[in-house]
Design a binder for this molecule. Structure first.
Ligand code: ZN
Length: 240
């Protein structure tokens, strides 16, 4: 069974009653709950020792899911580097919503990852623009969320390897909401929805996308590539 670690900074839920009402045990617990029938799920949070991401945990994680917002700066650079190395070695990474500004996403993208935002609880419609992609399996033409925070273009990211969703917002903006990247042997998926004051992670289609993304981001079983000076495989005939 695939091993998934759901990481959450877990601060809004402790400080804001409205967020606690929606996610009483934390966003990580809500995400772990809909994954636990299909995957072996572990939870980790910022305030644990090593943010819950010890060498052992990272070594045993096939796919890491990341939700953070108000405390990106408190994530230890040493841990970020270890997560990055694991991604380059093949661990899948799913970055959710405000995780666009996390140290791990910014370091893997190499850009500011900045965007426009507005929090008034407007409608979001995520159009599936790559219906052949396994992450979109089982969805209709679009996903509709009654109330969400708006994220708008320009989103300062490198051009995605694959663009799966484009969001339209009631206020008129659009946004690249589902983007895949490959870094080293690792597969990365950024998925936009999931503001903490809305019950987005209980939405069946959002859960479907995250489940599909875990399957997609699974590490490949290929041997580690060999680099450096190399002996010829065939005999090279001397040339006169
Ligand atoms: Zn938000």
């Amino acid at each position: 069974m695939l091993k998934v670690t759901v990481w959450n900074e877990f601060r809004h839920e402790q400080k804001n009653e409205r967020v606690r009402e929606i996610y009483p045990k934390g966003i990580h617990d809500a995400i772990a709950s809909f994954l636990k029938d299909d995957f072996e799920v572990r939870k980790a949070t910022l305030d644990e020792e090593s943010h819950g991401l010890t060498e052992e945990v990272l070594h045993e994680t096939d796919v890491l899911i990341w939700w953070g917002h108000m405390a990106h700066g408190e994530v230890d650079d040493v841990i970020v580097e270890k997560v990055k190395q694991r991604v380059l070695d093949g661990m899948g990474l799913i970055v959710l919503h405000s995780g666009h500004f996390s140290k791990i996403f910014k370091t893997l993208m190499g850009t500011s990852c900045d965007l426009k935002w507005r929090e008034v609880g407007e409608k979001e419609r995520l159009w599936v623009v790559d219906p052949s992609h396994p992450i979109a399996e089982g969805l209709g033409e679009y996903i509709e969320i009654e109330k969400e925070e708006m994220y708008g273009e320009h989103f300062d990211i490198p051009a995605p390897d694959q663009l799966l969703f484009i969001s339209w917002f009631e206020g008129g903006e659009v946004f690249r909401s589902g983007c895949t990247y490959q870094r080293g042997k690792g597969k990365i998926f950024y998925f936009r929805p999931g503001h903490e004051t809305y019950p987005t992670y209980y939405h069946k289609d959002i859960q479907k996308v995250i489940k599909n993304a875990v399957q997609w981001a699974t590490p490949t079983k290929l041997p580690k590539p060999v680099y450096g000076n190399s002996q010829p495989i065939e005999d090279i005939k001397p040339k006169n």
